[in-house]
Design a protein around this ligand. Structure first.
Ligand code: BDR
Ligand code: CA
Length: 310
């Protein structure tokens, strides 16, 4: 199996991504989960990550708390989408598994140094603060990363948290800029993809029918999609973060282009915007596989089948 570290701010859609990874041990070995402040403050993201591992029957997974605020400025949170707990919609018991004492950034650094070069993939489902901090503090680890698969940004779909920016990038544009320039292979799942992965009632019904885990996921997603349904009037809310894990499990579900992508860190108007040279009109270095298309039915078939294993 491919070795991954999940960096996350759960969040219902992060939670489904973590469940999808933990349901796929023959494909993915989760070395650890690093929590970051994003959708909700760090104390809650690190708590929620442990609740999710226990729901998946994996209290052995190590969960680390990372950075509690972006590199610059105040933390922006998204309780309007995820509720006060970050996982509103289904109650889970307080976790018995401990939070690891080591800081999440130290775990990233130590793991990348200890594992063979080019074997560890970073899966980022939240603001990029932990990864950028690790890269800045320990530049020797950057070249050891196999790939970074990122949910973040947008091109044709532009912004969901400002007119120009997607939430994960907007919360910490400076961190995103560091990661986007790191020189390792990047795969980006932007809103252009995730807005096509809609939780329609039949898809949600199929997940609910799976049993205990299905009921919990149903509760979460039923709560979570209210925000987007009210806002966009779509037939279902977009399931952002599981696209990262689905990409690792079945890359053929996604299409995109290898392009240059850079992050705006200066202009207040477009702060956090991801500018993708989709049409190749510059000679800037191509740094990312920027996805745009997805087989949504194939995605939900994979997700439902895997969640059914838990
Ligand atoms: C991203 O923002 C968060 O609210 C979601 O968990 C996802 O990672 C989508 O813009
Ligand atoms: Ca997230």
């Amino acid at each position: 199996p491919r070795k991954i570290i999940i960096d996350t701010d759960p969040g219902q859609d992060d939670a489904v991504a973590i469940l999808l990874a933990l349901a796929s041990p023959e494909d993915l070995e989760v070395l650890g989960i690093t929590a970051v402040a994003g959708n909700i403050p760090l104390a809650l993201t690190s708590l929620n990550a442990r609740k999710i591992c226990e729901l998946a029957g994996r209290p052995d997974i190590r969960v680390f708390a990372g950075c509690d605020r972006p590199l610059k400025g105040e933390l922006k949170t998204a309780e309007a989408v995820h509720g006060q707990s970050g996982l509103d919609g289904a109650e889970l018991p307080e976790p018995a598994m401990p939070l690891q004492e080591m800081h999440g950034v130290d775990f990233l650094i130590e793991t990348l140094r200890a594992e063979p070069e080019d074997t560890v993939t970073l899966c980022t489902l939240g603001p990029l603060t932990n990864v950028a901090t690790a890269f800045t503090r320990a530049p020797d680890i950057v070249g050891r990363v196999r790939e970074i698969v990122i949910m973040g940004g947008a091109y044709f779909e532009v912004g969901n948290w400002s007119p120009a920016a997607e939430f994960n990038i907007l919360v910490d544009p400076q961190a995103a800029d560091i990661v986007f320039r790191c020189g390792r292979p990047l795969t980006i799942l932007p809103l252009d993809v995730t807005h096509k992965v809609l939780i329609t009632p039949p898809r949600l019904g199929a997940i609910r029918a799976l049993g205990t885990v299905g009921e919990v996921v149903h509760g979460w997603l039923d709560f979570y999609e209210r925000f987007d349904l009210g806002k966009y009037g779509w037939e279902g809310g977009p399931l952002h973060d599981p696209c990262v894990i689905a990409y690792l499990l079945k890359p053929e579900l996604f299409t995109g282009r290898h392009v240059n992508v850079e992050v705006e860190t200066g202009s207040p108007l477009t702060m956090g915007m991801t500018v993708a040279d989709w049409w190749g009109v510059t000679d800037r270095e191509k740094n990312a596989q920027f996805m745009g298309g997805v087989d949504a039915d194939g995605f939900f078939a994979l997700l439902t089948e895997r969640l059914g294993r838990l």
